[in-house]
Design a protein around this ligand. Structure first.
Ligand SMILES: Cc1cc2nc3c(=O)[nH]c(=O)nc-3n(C[C@H](O)[C@H](O)[C@H](O)COP(=O)(O)O)c2cc1C
Ligand code: SF4
Length: 678
């Protein structure tokens, strides 16, 4: 038997979990019509197959019609869910992976205009800052019907063959009853702690009545809201003890904090640049106090920390949730002795941020996640080995090289800089975004392991490429900042990348004009503000940093709001003129009829990149496809067979920002889709 603490089986009631690694509940927004169908199933089965012991499915599966999904959640109030959950559970069970589901009523954490236009309901009229719906204060008949809804949903999950359920109780209806900040009911459900907990225990009793004593029932809850006037740690401990003593709960899944604001949610689920394992000690304190099965997840993204969480006795089961989105095969890799080959979660939070913008959860640097059906994680070997030249070693080029090498091709990479990484290397210069470099390091390490040849400081031209006699050439040269957006004075401005790279020193009184709205503008502003400058960040949009999603914005705001920084929306930079030692900026508005001026000593423009495509156009005439891509084949994962020039010596493709400015996920996905079919 393994001596690794992570591989000690764990017994929970009658259930034996084969190791200590779990995926905590997270809704990736993959349901179709509110049901976990093929895409959903494939996502969980991929991770079950690779050896995770327990997968907590859904995330906030809805038990009632007045808890409409906020991010495409499973509708656990429909009987139809039983068949879909049974199919998912059976297939995970085939791989010895236990399956549970998180059930909830969102309370005020949703909107009334999401589904059936029923009023949102809570234990007070206080609205949640994030979702902004003013709730109805629950009446006795609301409470009675919602308790029954929980019990019915639990019964459906038992019928579907699941191993258990957990009730969500942080930021949702259950703990909206708990917290003095969100419960102003009179008795019997408001007032004293006993009363505020009554809804929970009534619900648990109703659930037990339907599912019996053997079915596993747990609760995922906050043990400390970390909010003035909210539920504090002492009350959290008291609640933990009472949950255990109730005899109705089989495990505690602990979180710490509150989720009613973007910043609160980000502290509860830390992102890139924030502390790893931030709440592990707290969860350990609850385990020590209760001596009861304790689960927990919050930025435990590496195996060593997970192992420590178990070995130190802080947890019984450790969640590595985003880590499994980045690499579904963590357990298999540990078991094969290939821990160093695990694709690291870099905390970019693209996955979680996207669901709040109506998209499905995608991993920034693993495009197969959520696309298991059409884009398998395991790259098939090619029938015939080819010679592939990749130009550029940014994320797109490295992914192309990695996938080509996995397919057994011979791969040569030319990179003009002396290191791999492209724009990501610049991004990672900002201390709080350092983790980004891991997505480059991991690819470079994989490429090196598979024998890819790298030429650094190598500015490829046609002669050099032809000398390699390639079958395929992939241009992944990325882009260069584009700042020529002004009617006058383009030569007087600098780019966000100039600031980030250190090529230009920050000024003292700076206008950052950011109409790309991506990270580069914010990161440049952080660097300039950090140097002590006064900054105005201006955009013509209705909101600033429109491409940086909610949780990712949090650490940045914390940096900027400490400094001398103002934000101006709906104003457009039109021109810059020199005036003595300073610059005079003229600003207008898309709404028309107004003009203002700003006197500054530096203007920084962030307006995305333009493709660096000279080499592509140089190589085009000599290629067989003249650079043309068959989009249908590209989308369907079929080989590219376009021939436009029978005399051509090689196929030619471009990927990533070398085509048009997009993001890291798009660049990597381009590479994966193209090369998997080469
Ligand atoms: C896409 C996504 C959706 C999530 N949805 C839920 C949810 O509905 N309920 C929940 O309790 N936690 C949810 N979580 C939080 C995770 O369960 C977990 O606590 C969090 O990701 C921190 O753990 P990690 O650092 O191991 O990823 C979600 C996480 C992600 C990435
Ligand atoms: S998007 Fe970022 S945080 Fe989410 S799984 Fe991928 S690497 Fe991790």
């Amino acid at each position: 038997m393994s001596v690794d603490p992570l591989f000690q089986p764990y017994t929970l009631k009658h259930l034996t979990l084969k190791n200590r690694l779990m995926i905590t509940s997270h809704e990736p927004a993959y349901p179709e019509d509110g049901m976990p169908k093929e895409r959903y199933r494939a996502y969980h089965v991929e991770r079950a197959k690779a050896g995770v012991a327990l997968t907590m499915t859904a995330g906030s599966a809805s038990v009632s019609r007045d808890s409409p999904p906020v991010f495409n959640n499973i509708l656990a109030w429909k009987d139809e869910v039983v068949g879909w959950m049974r199919a998912l559970t059976d297939e995970c069970h085939d791989h010895d992976c236990a399956v549970m589901i998180q059930l909830t009523h969102l309370g005020r954490r949703t909107r009334w205009d999401k589904a059936d236009w029923l009023p949102v309901v809570s234990a007070s009229h206080e609205r949640e800052p994030s979702h902004k719906a003013f709730p109805k204060k629950a009446e006795d008949w609301d409470i009675a019907r919602i308790i029954e809804d929980y019990a019915d949903a639990a019964e459906r999950m038992k019928e579907a063959g699941l191993d258990g359920i957990e009730i969500q109780s942080y930021g949702h209806l259950m703990d909206q009853f708990w917290s003095p900040l969100t419960n102003d009911l009179d008795g019997p459900y408001g007032g004293s702690l006993d009363n505020r907990l009554r809804f929970t225990f009534d619900t648990l009793r109703a659930i037990r009545k339907k599912v019996g004593d053997d079915f596993i029932v747990g609760i995922r809850y906050t043990g400390d809201e970390c909010l003035p006037g909210g539920l504090n740690k002492d009350e959290g401990m008291e609640i933990s003890r009472r949950l255990k003593d109730s005899g109705m709960v089989d495990f505690l899944n602990v979180v710490r904090g509150h989720i009613d604001t973007d910043a609160g949610l980000t502290d509860l689920i830390p992102v890139q640049g924030m502390k790893s394992a931030a709440h592990l000690d707290f969860a350990g304190e609850i385990r020590a106090e209760t001596n009861f099965p304790t689960f927990h997840a919050a930025k435990i993204q590496d195996v060593a920390t997970a192992r420590h969480a178990i070995a130190s006795g802080k947890l019984d089961m450790v969640g590595m949730t985003r880590a499994h989105m980045a690499d579904p095969h963590i357990v298999a890799k540990i078991l094969r002795g290939e821990e160093e080959r695990i694709r690291p979660c870099v905390g970019a939070n693209y996955c979680l941020d996207r669901i709040y913008q109506g998209g499905m959860a995608l991993c920034l640097h693993n495009p197969s996640t959520g696309r298991e059906l059409e884009q398998p994680h395991e790259i098939p070997e090619a029938e015939e080995a080819r010679r592939i030249v990749v130009i550029g070693a940014g994320p797109a080029g490295l992914e192309a090289a990695r996938v080509a090498a996995e397919r057994g091709h011979q791969v040569i990479v030319h990179e003009a800089a002396n290191d791999p990484g492209g724009q990501v290397r610049l991004t990672a210069l900002t201390p709080r975004r350092q983790e980004m470099i891991s997505l480059i390091d991991w690819r470079f390490q994989e490429c090196t392991r598979m024998g890819v040849t790298f030429h650094f400081n190598s500015f490829a031209d046609e002669e050099m490429v032809r000398a390699e006699s390639p079958d395929v050439v992939i241009v992944a040269t990325g882009g260069l900042p584009h700042t020529e957006v002004l009617g006058e004075g383009n030569e007087l401005v600098v780019s966000a990348w100039d600031i980030l790279s250190g090529d230009v020193q920050p000024g003292l009184n700076v206008l950052v004009y950011d109409d790309a709205g991506d990270y580069a503008g914010l990161q440049a502003a952080e660097k300039i503000a950090g140097a002590g400058a006064k900054i105005e960040i201006m955009t013509r949009d209705r909101s600033f940093a429109s491409e940086v999603m909610a949780m990712s914005l949090t650490p940045s705001m914390r940096e900027l709001q400490k400094r001398d920084v103002t934000f101006t929306v709906t104003w457009r930079l039109d021109a810059v003129r020199r005036e003595g030692n300073s610059l005079l900026a003229t600003v207008g508005s898309d709404y028309g009829g107004v003009m203002r001026e700003r006197q500054v000593d530096q203007v920084v423009v962030n307006h995305g990149t333009r493709p660096l495509d000279d080499i592509y156009f140089e190589l085009r005439p000599g290629s067989s496809n003249l650079g043309e891509v068959d989009h249908e084949a590209f989308i369907d994962g079929r080989p590219q067979e376009v021939v436009r020039n029978a005399e051509g010596d090689y196929q030619l493709f471009r990927i990533g920002d070398a085509i048009a400015a997009r993001n890291t996920h798009a660049a990597i996905y381009d590479a994966l889709r193209l090369v998997t079919a080469l």
